[in-house]
Design a protein around this ligand. Structure first.
Ligand SMILES: C[S@@+](CC[C@H](N)C(=O)[O-])C[C@H]1O[C@@H](n2cnc3c(N)ncnc32)[C@H](O)[C@@H]1O
Length: 150
């Protein structure tokens, strides 16, 4: 949903499901990853990526068949911390040294502070006032050859 180009050839899209269905307003909703994967067990070697985007489900309670749950997925109500800890751990494992993790979170049910406690890594920056500001963070990646180790 948040990608400017859903078929950007620079990106490997991953999700645990591949499906499409109709939303309550009649629009079609599609989750079509390039590769099926579980973020708790990523099928990649250590240090394989320079940039990882981690956008896990942010709800721990919603009816299993609710549109919110179907659209965004859901965390296990008991044990969501372990679920996210494993996800963070895997994201950082597949990042190369000094690689960048972009993490997206919505605080509807779980405060960001509790989620950041699921990883020992310290975040750099983010939108500190998501409810008050109309601020966007937009991420670019410079094009060109992959020959710069800096
Ligand atoms: C908030 S949505 C991501 C939306 C996506 N960033 C986009 O722009 O369309 C969270 C996604 O995580 C997926 N998910 C849930 N558990 C997962 C897991 N263990 N491994 C991989 N993906 C998972 C859900 O199926 C859901 O599609």
């Amino acid at each position: 949903m948040f990608w400017f180009d859903k078929h950007d050839s620079r990106v490997l899209f991953g999700d645990v499901r591949d499906e499409g269905f109709e939303l309550c307003d009649g629009r079609r909703f599609e989750v079509r990853p390039d590769r099926l994967m579980d973020y708790r067990h990523l099928p990649f070697g250590d240090g394989a990526f320079r940039l990882v985007v981690f956008d896990p489900p942010h709800l721990k309670h919603a009816g299993e068949n609710s549109y919110m749950a179907r659209k965004y997925g859901i965390l296990p109500e008991s044990g969501w911390q372990a679920y996210l800890e494993k996800g963070f751990s895997e994201c950082f494992r597949v990042l190369r040294p000094s690689g960048v993790l972009i993490f997206k979170w919505n605080e509807t049910q779980i405060p960001l502070s509790q989620v950041l406690a699921c990883t020992p890594e310290k975040p750099l920056f983010g939108n500190r006032q998501p409810k008050q500001t109309g601020t966007h963070w937009i991420v670019f990646m410079k094009g060109g050859d992959d020959n710069d180790e800096a």
